[in-house]
Write a protein that binds this ligand. Structure first.
Ligand SMILES: *[C@@H]1O[C@H](CO)[C@@H](O)[C@H](O)[C@H]1NC(C)=O
Length: 274
């Protein structure tokens, strides 16, 4: 009798395990949904998968998203699988961005010049790659990184699946194009203006699946927190940068004023172009 009970308990546990371990191609996806103005809040252990409806060889790509996340030792912004063994992924490890394209991997510095234009609290993050030259680039805050060659002359085929997992924070406006966006389109994207919808994967026609603790919320929750005058000073990276910008502006004004006095004599007023 006891062994029978044990057996039935074991069976239930085993079955549960079977149900829990569905392979990823059995995931069910939402119908095409316009996610404009929405964001996924991804919590610890949560994941979001976006399915592309387009299938075809991928010679070039641009992947863009906007996120809010804390500086941490490591996070994975996205992995893009195309059905084959090799995919594409972008991670941050300490202060570097680690891009993997196929079997190649390169680290990019994520330090930026002071005058960066972006819309707090969101950070735009784009990645571009072209097969013919293999040149890859990452664009945090819409700013170009060094270009590094990787996985030259290779082509990705299969149905693209983009997964966000290994990341805690908010993510919105995830798009993938089969071509390389211009620098100005990338800069606009970082400022929250999506001029062209993704051709491989679009936030406006998203088929998605979520796993674990993920919440779909309107992006306005952040606007309500910032009613009038931009981002509060004193927090995190952007505030440090704003302070650096102000100090640089002050130093420049002081320098110009000194030069004006020296060139034009004391007590001179007005703008001077030197
Ligand atoms: C990929 O981009 C390059 C320019 O970087 C272009 O010359 C080429 O035609 C593109 N390939 C495809 C298949 O669109």
């Amino acid at each position: 009798m006891a062994s029978l009970i044990f057996l039935s308990v074991w069976c239930v546990m085993f079955l549960e395990q079977c149900v829990a371990e569905k392979p990823s191609n059995v995931l069910t996806y939402s119908a095409e949904t316009d996610l404009q103005g929405q964001m996924f809040s991804v919590n610890k252990g949560g994941s979001v998968t976006l399915l592309s409806s387009g299938v075809g060889p991928l010679h070039n790509f641009t992947v863009c998203l906007r996120h809010i996340s804390e500086e941490s030792d490591s996070k994975i912004f996205f992995t893009l699988s195309l059905g084959g063994v090799h995919g594409i992924s972008l991670k941050s490890i300490n202060t570097r961005l680690q891009l993997t394209v196929g079997r190649d991997s390169e680290a990019f510095q994520s330090t930026f010049p002071v005058n960066v234009d972006f819309t707090p609290p969101w950070t735009g993050l784009c990645t571009t790659w072209t097969s013919s030259s293999g040149m890859a680039q990452v664009w945090p805050y819409g700013m170009p990184s060094v270009r590094k060659g990787m996985w030259r002359n290779q082509v990705f085929t299969g149905r693209p699946l983009l997964t966000i997992s290994g990341f805690v924070g908010q993510v919105t406006d995830v798009h993938v194009w089969h071509y390389i966006l211009s620098p100005s389109a990338i800069a606009s994207f970082s400022n929250g203006k999506v001029l062209q919808e993704g051709t491989v994967l679009s936030w406006r026609r998203a088929q998605y699946n979520t796993g674990g603790y993920v919440v779909l919320e309107p992006v306005q929750v952040f606007q309500r927190a910032l009613p009038c005058c931009g981002f509060p000073v004193g927090l995190g990276y952007s505030a440090r940068k704003q302070k650096a910008n102000r100090q640089m502006a002050k130093k420049t004004r002081r320098g110009n004023s000194k030069r004006r006095k020296w060139v034009m004599g004391k007590d001179t007023e007005g703008a001077t172009a030197l």
